[in-house]
Design a protein around this ligand. Structure first.
Ligand SMILES: *[C@@H]1O[C@H](CO)[C@@H](O)[C@H](O)[C@H]1NC(C)=O
Ligand SMILES: *[C@@H]1O[C@H](CO)[C@@H](O)[C@H](O)[C@H]1NC(C)=O
Ligand SMILES: *[C@@H]1O[C@H](CO)[C@@H](O)[C@H](O)[C@H]1NC(C)=O
Length: 388
């Protein structure tokens, strides 16, 4: 108030220089004090508000967290997966499949009770592929190679190149393999394959009709055969007859990832993926076959590895996971239902590496796709100058 009086006085006695000077000094002082008061007040108000907003936001986060936790728990209850809710840090090595299966069938049955039984019969089989005796080495990996009847040249080429590490599936080999077939469209083709089987005894065949949209049958055939007829092999690899596989590098990576692979499938793995709704695509999935908007990821079927534990569990779980025609996505559906995961491993390639022997004989390449027989031989027998 002295401020106002001083200034109103100064306005009134404007002509008086002395009083004017007093008013200016006093006025400045007052303005300064006033400013300070306003600043303190606003800092206080600001602090108060910030504090309140902070408290509010903490509450909000808690609410949101609680909301999602509640939601997640409800979902887990529905799926009867609540046992897994307390951290997926230590996945159960031997989950009891029946416990993980829901009996509720919703609009979108992503599981069911024994709705997908793999009940096909063997047309060709060799129980001795994984035989061992007291002195033979442990089987590190059994390699299951998808093929079709007409690809005789492809089979012959890989038997003579990268598959030579398997030593014709002899007892002293730590690597075993088999080619997998369904029933051909033309039954006459069976005759040739039977001849081939008599010589190499490395072909397995079941009586489902061989077709691209039936590949999931072949995959289940692989898991079934491995887990029943080769169950003492440590690891399983799935690949195709147009693949170049560097077996020494595969053995190294299996050893490096041996613990992880007890609960993972490893290869060219994508953690997320969406169904392709364009019917012209090779990977088309109708809304009817897969209503969901996201796949649980997948590891490319061109080449992936896993342990016998996972292979056995996937086959067991598959009975309760309705058929889906894209076999790599189907495997991932089973994997996720088991609480297991996908592991991207460098060196696995869903495409083809440059046709350079230094890459194919190097220490990092695991798999390379679409390698025709001629190129396969050139690369296998080719020398890398740099490696000497
Ligand atoms: C595997 O079988 C092929 C053809 O029967 C033979 O030429 C080759 O020597 C065999 N390899 C081994 C390591 O026994
Ligand atoms: C076990 O297999 C090895 C390798 O083929 C063979 O040399 C050996 O004689 C076999 N031993 C027995 C007891 O059959
Ligand atoms: C898939 O296999 C089943 C069983 O053999 C057969 O009925 C069906 O026609 C096959 N699908 C195609 C597209 O060939």
């Amino acid at each position: 108030m002295p401020c106002l009086t001083a200034c109103s006085v100064s306005v009134m006695t404007d002509h008086d220089k002395k009083s004017g000077r007093v008013c200016t000094t006093k006025g400045l002082l007052c303005a300064f004090v006033g400013l300070c008061v306003v600043m303190f007040a606003s800092v206080f108000v600001y602090w108060y508000q910030v504090n309140e907003i902070f408290t509010l936001s903490v509450q909000l986060t808690d609410n949101v967290k609680e909301f999602y936790e509640k939601d997640a728990k409800a979902l887990l209850r529905v799926l009867k997966l609540s046992e897994l809710s307390n951290g997926e840090v230590t996945p159960d090595l031997t989950p009891d499949v029946s416990r993980l299966v829901s009996t509720d069938i919703s609009d979108r049955p992503d599981n069911c009770k024994t709705c997908f039984n793999h009940n096909f019969n063997y047309v060709l089989d060799n129980d001795q592929i994984c035989d061992r005796n007291d002195t033979s080495p442990e089987i590190d990996v059994v390699i299951l190679i998808f093929t079709v009847h007409k690809n005789r040249l492809q089979r012959e080429t890989i038997r003579n190149t990268w598959l030579t590490y398997a030593k014709n599936n002899s007892l002293d080999s730590n690597i075993r393999y088999a080619f997998l077939l369904g029933a051909p469209a033309n039954p006459e083709m069976d005759e040739q394959v039977r001849e081939e089987f008599k010589v190499f005894r490395d072909i397995l065949q079941e009586d489902f009709k061989d077709a691209y949209s039936n590949l999931t049958y072949k995959t289940m055939m692989a898991y079934k055969w491995a887990s029943t007829k080769c169950k003492h092999a440590k690891f399983v690899m799935k690949t195709d007859d147009d693949m170049y596989v560097n077996i020494p590098n595969i053995l190294k990576t299996l050893n490096t990832n041996k613990d992880k692979l007890q609960t993972h499938v490893g290869g060219v793995c994508h953690q997320t993926a969406k169904p392709i709704r364009d019917s012209r695509s090779k990977w088309y999935a109708s809304k009817k076959s897969f209503p969901g908007s996201d796949y649980p990821g997948f590891c490319s079927g061109t080449g992936y590895v896993t342990s016998m534990n996972v292979a056995t569990k996937v086959f067991e779980m598959s009975k309760h996971v309705p058929f889906f025609h894209l076999e790599d996505v189907y495997v991932s559906l089973c994997i996720k239902k088991l609480g297991y995961s996908l592991l991207a491993i460098p060196g696995f390639n869903g495409g083809r590496f440059a046709a350079d022997p230094c890459i194919y004989h190097g220490s990092t390449m695991m798999t390379s796709h679409e390698v025709p027989p001629d190129m396969m031989k050139k690369l296998w027998f080719g020398k890398c100058k740099k490696l000497g």
